[in-house]
Design a protein around this ligand. Structure first.
Ligand code: SF4
Length: 364
């Protein structure tokens, strides 16, 4: 199965090769400031998704960072030399009214922002700000009908599907009106309950002005909310999924692209671990809603993987970053106990390209 038509795209993990100095720093044990950071404005959410990967992080105390602190973070990112931030995290970022000020300040500071949202709370004011300030905005949709949407999101009100579709439409129009470069993604975590709606969803996405349809299998193992449930298997429905992906790719044109991301999984969509150790977390720092810096954004909620506090003073991380404590935290990770590793390909690149020199990297 092809994952994409054009390899020069945001979802191709090989883009990490442009961060050469960062990988070399990791291998030498001299970490550079991270390429990017995650910013979690809140760990509260208005939805209860079936497979929430932030379940551990959200189930305890509720945290929301103040607007003043979010602005302070945006200033610190600039000072630290961070290039971008994904505003999302274990919660719905638009539940924090300070998220708008954060996005504005990031833009003023030249730090690129991307936003992941369920879109349900998006107002016209948000739409204007996002269109002006974000490099991309991903909507967690995971469905192509109101019924499936309500089921996977754990909500009763089926009309929310239409509301979010309308918000995406408005954002697409605003981006066009302003002529900004904000790529809108219809994000689709694939699960057996929504697998029959891939093509239908892609048609909707194209019709409402979405640029990228991003499909990938849902992560489910080593996640608290799904740990007592039966393992997910796509085995019996794989043929239908693949047919829908081929049909959805035929919808592509200059304005719409379909991505069926598989490279972090085996052919049956089970997560794969093609690396011996965790290496790549210093490419990204996670500034959590709980005021802590977490070692890995896939492991938010793990109390033994906290680097330091960032609230009230984000500069605390300068003391922890690259310290022996930091390195020891990474060294004790056993990837087999992690959930699906977003940075799996980056761990693999560290070993294959920068330790083994498998690509003979200093030659054309
Ligand atoms: S999920 Fe585990 S292996 Fe992957 S980056 Fe995070 S800590 Fe490392």
């Amino acid at each position: 199965m092809r994952e994409w038509t054009n390899q020069y795209n945001a979802f191709n993990s090989m883009k990490a090769l442009v961060w050469r100095e960062h990988f070399e720093g990791i291998v030498k044990g001299k970490f550079l400031p991270p390429v990017t950071v995650d910013t979690d404005p809140t760990n509260q959410c208005n939805y209860r998704c079936m497979w929430c990967n932030a379940f551990d992080y959200m189930k305890g105390a509720k945290h929301t960072l103040s607007e003043a602190h979010l602005v302070k973070l945006a200033d610190f990112y600039k000072e630290w030399g961070v290039r971008s931030t994904c505003v999302a995290g274990g919660g719905e970022p638009l539940m924090n009214p300070g998220t708008s000020a954060l996005l504005e300040r990031l833009q003023q500071n030249g730090v690129e922002a991307g936003l992941i949202t369920n879109g349900a709370l998006m107002t016209d004011e948000h739409i204007d700000i996002i269109a002006r300030t974000c490099r991309w905005c991903g909507f967690s949709m995971d469905a192509g009908t109101p019924e499936t949407y309500a089921k996977v999101k754990g909500i009763r009100d089926k009309k929310m599907f239409h509301k979010v579709v309308e918000n995406i439409t408005k954002l697409a129009r605003k981006v066009e009106e302003l002529g900004t470069k904000c790529d809108i993604a219809y994000k689709y975590l694939l699960h057996p309950v929504n697998a029959h709606e891939i093509f239908q969803s892609a048609e909707i996405a194209k019709a409402i002005g979405v640029r990228d349809f991003h499909l990938r299998p849902v992560g489910w193992d080593n996640i608290a909310v799904t740990k007592d449930k039966d393992p997910i298997s796509f085995y019996d429905i794989l043929e239908d999924i693949n047919k829908q992906i081929v049909s959805a790719m035929s919808l592509e044109n200059g304005r719409f692209r379909f991505f069926g991301i598989r490279h972090k999984f085996d052919p049956y969509m089970v997560r794969k671990i093609n690396f011996s150790k965790c290496w790549a977390t210093p490419l990204l720092a996670t500034f959590g809603a709980d005021g802590k810096c977490h070692l890995c954004f896939d492991m938010r909620g793990r109390k033994d993987l906290i680097l330091c506090d960032h609230d009230p003073d984000p500069r605390e991380i300068l003391k922890a970053w690259g310290s022996e404590f930091h390195k020891n935290l990474i060294a004790k990770i056993d990837p087999r106990n992690c959930p699906r590793c977003t940075f799996g390909p980056y761990n693999e690149i560290t070993e294959q390209v920068f330790m083994e020199d498998g690509m003979c990297r200093n030659f054309p």
